[in-house]
Design a protein around this ligand. Structure first.
Ligand code: ZN
Ligand code: ZN
Length: 160
């Protein structure tokens, strides 16, 4: 854990207990977008005394403390939320609506949008979240095959 994180926690009056640190480290190190249940399962392996309520409460606290971001990833799985570290550079999420694969786009362009919004609207930006939903290259092929299959079955004369 960097000194920067610990400073920002102290400023916000958040005490970094062992369990909070455990969760924060899991999120930081995975570099993924994990839901609360997966995080609970991972945390439990490291500390069997952890329970679900504590994990959910800790996630809320880490979010409020500005240490993790809570994402809904285009509601791909309904109301499910995902957590990721805020230590990463700001990026856009590209979500496949078929397989749920999430890619990250880190581009200069995102910073440009920020700067433009800021100057055009006189806006002080606290966060910017960009989500792009669609179909990944793998799923595009599968979808094309599925559509072909459907068209063929529609083209079949109905018997009986
Ligand atoms: Zn896909
Ligand atoms: Zn991300």
């Amino acid at each position: 854990m960097t000194a920067g994180i610990q400073d920002s926690l102290r400023q916000r009056g958040v005490r970094l207990t062992r369990q909070r640190r455990l969760l924060l480290d899991l999120i930081d190190q995975s570099g993924l977008h994990l839901d609360a249940e997966s995080l609970f399962q991972m945390a439990k392996e490291k500390d069997s005394r952890l329970n679900r309520v504590t994990v959910y409460r800790t996630l809320k606290l880490l979010k409020e403390g500005g240490l993790v971001d809570e994402l809904d990833l285009a509601h791909f799985e309904g109301d499910q939320h995902y957590y990721e570290t805020r230590m990463k550079q700001e990026h856009a999420h590209i979500i496949c609506l078929r397989c749920g694969r999430v890619e990250e786009f880190f581009g200069e362009e995102l910073q440009q949008v920020r700067a433009q919004v800021s100057s055009q609207f006189g806006f002080e930006i606290v966060f910017a979240r960009t989500e792009i939903g669609g179909y990944c290259s793998h799923c595009r092929v599968l979808r094309a095959e599925e559509n072909r299959g459907q068209e063929e079955s529609l083209a079949q004369p109905v018997r009986g």
